[in-house]
Write a protein that binds this ligand. Structure first.
Ligand code: PGA
Length: 254
């Protein structure tokens, strides 16, 4: 694990954008795992700027998003499909047919999960997976207590997560109770992981994920076992980390 600490959200976003852009330039048909939430929006803006400047192209990139709410169709205003369309896809040159997000209104959710796993495998697996982290240490919609061994599956959302995400919905009652998410095993199968976190809200989860026990009580802690994980933080999210990278436990760059 490598920890990169940038001054603020903007610098964190620029750094993460450059890391992934460099991977795409070296492998134009990269398979890229994407995330929703507030955190990656700044990085997406940087990619959009690079594409518009002619410095980056997504034409041969294939994307797989981590998750989608159960019960929301792709064109629902609060679906993650809509989020990705607005925040990224419609502003870059990615081919729509190469963008994948689970179908939250599939009639057979178990079959939808199996199909999602099959598509990832058919694409050759995920080269780079972008992740945010929840205040409770979730990654994707893998909440505390999730089995490390699962691929894409249906989860019940914790009340914490529903409350945190209610900011995107008219009312708390409108937040779905379930979601389809890539599992922790799907995430760990990615060849590289880029975890982003910003703000003091995240500093406890980040500290526990990187320096606490590896435990299913804190899903992001599984990343300690990943052979190629880059964590890009702003100073606020890094504020509870040992200044020296904990005696060299992880490589740290400020
Ligand atoms: P956020 O969400 O980026 O909106 O903070 C991260 C997450 O819950 O995974």
């Amino acid at each position: 694990m490598k920890i990169l600490i940038e001054k603020d959200y903007e610098a964190m976003s620029a750094r993460a954008a450059r890391i992934v852009a460099e991977r795409i330039r070296r492998k134009p048909d990269l398979v890229l795992g994407l995330a929703t939430g507030s955190t990656p929006i700044g990085m997406y803006r940087h990619w959009i700027g690079m594409v518009q400047a002619g410095d980056l192209s997504f034409t041969d990139v294939t994307t797989f998003n981590l998750d989608e709410y159960v019960g929301l169709a792709g064109d629902h205003p609060q679906s993650f499909r809509t989020f990705m369309h607005e925040q990224l896809f419609r502003q870059i040159d990615v081919k729509p047919e190469r963008t994948h997000i689970p179908d939250g209104v599939a009639p057979d959710l178990a079959a939808e999960c199996a199909e999602y796993n099959r598509l990832i495998e058919e694409a050759g697996g995920i080269d780079v997976q972008i992740l945010g982290i929840g205040k409770n240490g979730h990654i994707g919609f893998n909440e505390p207590g999730e089995d490390f061994g699962k691929l894409t599956h249906v989860v019940r959302l914790s009340e914490n997560t529903r409350r945190a995400n209610s900011r995107f919905f008219p009312r708390l009652e409108d937040v779905p109770t379930h979601a389809i998410t890539m599992g922790l095993k799907s995430i760990m199968n990615a060849r590289q992981i880029v975890l982003l976190a910003a703000g003091t809200d995240k500093c406890d989860a980040v500290q526990r994920a990187l320096y606490g026990d590896v435990t299913e009580d804190l899903p992001a802690s599984v990343l300690q076992l990943h052979p190629n994980c880059v964590v890009v933080l702003d100073e606020a999210a890094a504020s509870k980390l040992p200044a020296d990278g904990n005696n060299g436990k992880w490589e740290m760059e400020k």
